[in-house]
Write a protein that binds this ligand. Structure first.
Ligand code: ADP
Ligand code: MG
Length: 248
């Protein structure tokens, strides 16, 4: 739906951090695995957008990322690819997860609204097509019962708004102790909507013991002080990418 790729072609990209994985010109240059490669073709993604060229090598390498980019720049793939790749690698680990009554996803994607969460969920489902990776979506303003039943079916990747997520945790139907991948999408909007305390509470729930450190990916259109603080608090040894002109 309407990315003007030519307009993005010459967009300036600022990258900072240690040992930044090099950007790519084609998806084929990145080790994404067969399933993802096939699904990228099915989605008719012919070549990566500028943010994808820089961000996918970073995220697939397992690095934390702070990315500033406008809507429509193709961020969803940048955080979904490493998640799906990672979930497929870990699913067969012997450690049992959760059980019927308590969902223990491996990946959490937080976004500010129902609409955005549903968009991410739909896009992520396309990338995970045919893999058996289980996705669920949770948002407020609608009865929680059906969403809880969906969790019971098992979930690897949960897309959620902060309020509904906290509700599920408080009902003891969801545990974040297995979270290996955390994405905060449209973080500036989440903070504008007053979700900061809830987000901090959520992140506190997921301290994985070593050696399985969590990978955190933070996305925002702007880079004001409160987002800079979050990056400092939640990310480690991260790569910073700014695509185009970034306001603060
Ligand atoms: P953002 O989250 O930055 O607003 P999205 O990830 O939602 O952007 O992407 C916007 C649209 O562009 C989606 O419909 C997505 O399927 C499409 N898209 C993303 N990357 C590509 C690509 N490399 N080739 C073709 N279409 C793409
Ligand atoms: Mg998006």
């Amino acid at each position: 739906n309407g990315i003007n790729f030519d307009a993005y072609e010459d967009i300036p990209v600022q990258a900072t951090g240690e040992n930044i994985p090099a950007p790519v010109k084609a998806f084929e240059e990145i080790d994404l695995g067969d399933a993802l490669k096939q699904n990228i073709k099915r989605c008719k993604f012919l070549k990566p957008t500028p943010i994808q060229r820089h961000a996918i090598p970073v995220t697939v390498a397992g690095r934390d990322l702070m990315a500033c980019a406008q809507t429509g720049s193709g961020k969803t793939a940048a955080f979904c690819f490493p998640i799906i790749r990672g979930v497929l690698k870990r699913r067969f680990s012997p450690a049992g997860r959760g059980g019927r009554a308590l969902a223990c996803p491996l990946a959490l994607i937080l976004s500010p609204t129902r609409e955005l969460s549903c968009q991410i969920y739909e896009e992520a489902k396309k990338f995970a097509h045919g893999t058996g990776v289980k996705l669920a979506v949770a948002y407020g303003g609608t009865p929680i019962a059906q969403q809880l039943r969906n969790l019971e079916k098992g979930v690897d990747i949960l897309v959620a708004t902060p309020g509904r997520l906290v509700d599920m945790i408080e009902r003891e139907r969801l545990s974040l102790r297995m979270i290996k991948y955390l994405t905060l999408d449209e973080a500036d909007r989440m903070l504008d909507m007053g979700f900061e305390q809830q987000i901090r509470k959520i992140v506190e729930q997921m301290d994985m013991p070593p050696p399985g450190r969590r990978q955190t990916m933070l996305f925002s259109a702007t880079f004001p002080n409160n987002i800079q603080r979050m990056a400092a608090d939640f990310l480690s040894n991260y790569v910073f990418l700014a695509i185009g002109r970034v306001g603060s």
